[in-house]
Write a protein that binds this ligand. Sequence first.
Ligand code: 5RP
Length: 229
Amino acid sequence: MKERNTGGENPGKKAAGIAAADLVKDGMVVGLGTGSTTAYTIAELGRRVREGLDIIAVVTSYQSEMLAIEAGITLTTLAEHPELDIAIDGADQVDSSLSTIKGGGAAHTREKVVSRSAKRFVIVADESKVSEKLEHYVPIEVLPYARELVAKQVKELGGKPELRMAARKDGPVITDNGNFVIDASFGIIDDPKEMSAKLSQLTGIVEHGIFTNVDEVYIGKKDGSVEIR
Ligand code: 5RP
């Protein structure tokens, strides 16, 4: 399988994505994350569906919807299945206590909804995503109307806000929910739970990318091995 958007195959992402697919069993309702690592999980689940695996899935983005349809996975909605057996998703950074930053693909709002709807939430990532502490910028989905107010509040929290622009720089990134994304840098985040609570209080945000509900992380290495934390 060719990896989308990154121009090549990443053995760590591939190993983690495929290994986590093994957690999915017959009869499960599965949350499918977004990104190049989860794309391997979706492709692997599609392969197993063709071999007879019986699952239905909820997606977290139009990207994962298209991949799941291509893979032949039957889709459902959270309205029909509010409780998922498992959700598998990628990460931008994971710290030693499994706190995670997501939203590099601007899909973190639906990803958080799906992860909170799941009995078990598993992250798949290559080893470059693992760090002792979180220091990646935090993606924040904001109402377009409130972008300046959110930027001001991020500065008041000591962060540096930057409106995420589309690759061609001719306008802002628009999320699947029709909103903008502000990437907020805070340096090292010593207490992700506290930062998560502070960001949740900001007026004008839809959702931020700190996840403190991760159950397990599958870390894929360059040599194809997978460490589970
Ligand atoms: C999308 C995400 C992705 O899961 C995260 O950016 C990781 O992506 P990739 O697996 O391509 O490295 O949070 O909003």
